[in-house]
Design a protein around this ligand. Sequence first.
Ligand SMILES: Nc1ncnc2c1ncn2[C@@H]1O[C@H](COP(=O)(O)OP(=O)(O)OP(=O)(O)O)[C@@H](O)[C@H]1O
Length: 335
Amino acid sequence: MLSNAEIGIDLGTANILVYSKNKGIIMNEPSVVALDVNTRKVLAVGTDAKNMIGKTPGNIVAVRPLKDGVIADFDVTTEMLKHIMAAISKKLGFSLRKPSVVVCTPSGATSVERRAIHDAVKSSGAKHVHLIEEPVAAAIGADLPVGEPVANVVVDIGGGTTEVAIISYGGVVSCSTIRVAGDKMDDDIIHYIRKSYNLLIGERTAERIKIEIGHAPIEHKTMEMDIRGRDLVTGLPKTIVLNSTEIQHAIQESLLSILEAIRATLENCPPELSGDIVDRGVVLTGGGALLNGVQQWLSEEIVVPVHLAPNPLESVAIGTGKSLTVIHKLQKAMK
Ligand SMILES: Nc1ncnc2c1ncn2[C@@H]1O[C@H](COP(=O)(O)OP(=O)(O)OP(=O)(O)O)[C@@H](O)[C@H]1O
């Protein structure tokens, strides 16, 4: 288990979660930072900063320093991590001095992108930084027997990336990462509403629409939702009524890309492990796994059982935190 000075961080595009020994998840905040553009001073981090998106005066911007699962703005990410470290020290009731940190990286990240994640965590005050691939962390967090020689298939649909991985005996046998996930669906919704209704909406509204009435491409009872935005013709605020069928069409292409990635990974699976997949199925994690109907749709498309992880939004963070012990055990087992 982790010692008190060891924490696991899921540095996600949409959310940052921190796991500590005994206490479990001790921090769960949106990966958003509010900055003063003139001084570059950080004004708020997390939920406070997210609430400012699209609502700030000219000298303040609310930015997301990670994009597609990797760091887009190194300095802002480091500042965000420093704030997070200070906040968790406060929460734990003792100063978290020079902790060892396990942090996840997308499996498709380049060595430069991995290095940037390592350095940002180190600059925020960590003594040792260990990197773990996100799907392996997700599988550990979903309590899959990653150390056994059986196929564990994880599909992690996050904000910036979807990762599909087949893990067996502690290692990734086959995997693919695509930069299509929850954020892309939000963009699809913004484009659809602009094109069909000449209405401009913000990304927070788009996310709300996706969560409330977004649906995987299967039959469902139609749901409706009132939406407010700015009319592009008159420039005035306007309300429209949207239904779930149109949102289903708007996000369909992104979902089909995710399905394609899953199929491609399963096709690369060694035949001995394919048998396991038929029996054991696939585990869905990440916030995107909570999209209405996605579990049923995927199981109909790939014709193997599809299970939802117990805490899809927290699996990666839990697995990241627990990974040190598992990694040590695996290394011992392989000696
Ligand atoms: N109930 C829901 N239905 C659909 N989507 C949801 C739901 N809840 C959260 N999401 C989406 O899940 C995404 C965030 O998931 P998660 O926190 O797993 O991503 P992340 O780890 O930050 O991103 P990444 O893994 O790409 O770095 C967001 O796009 C969010 O809109």
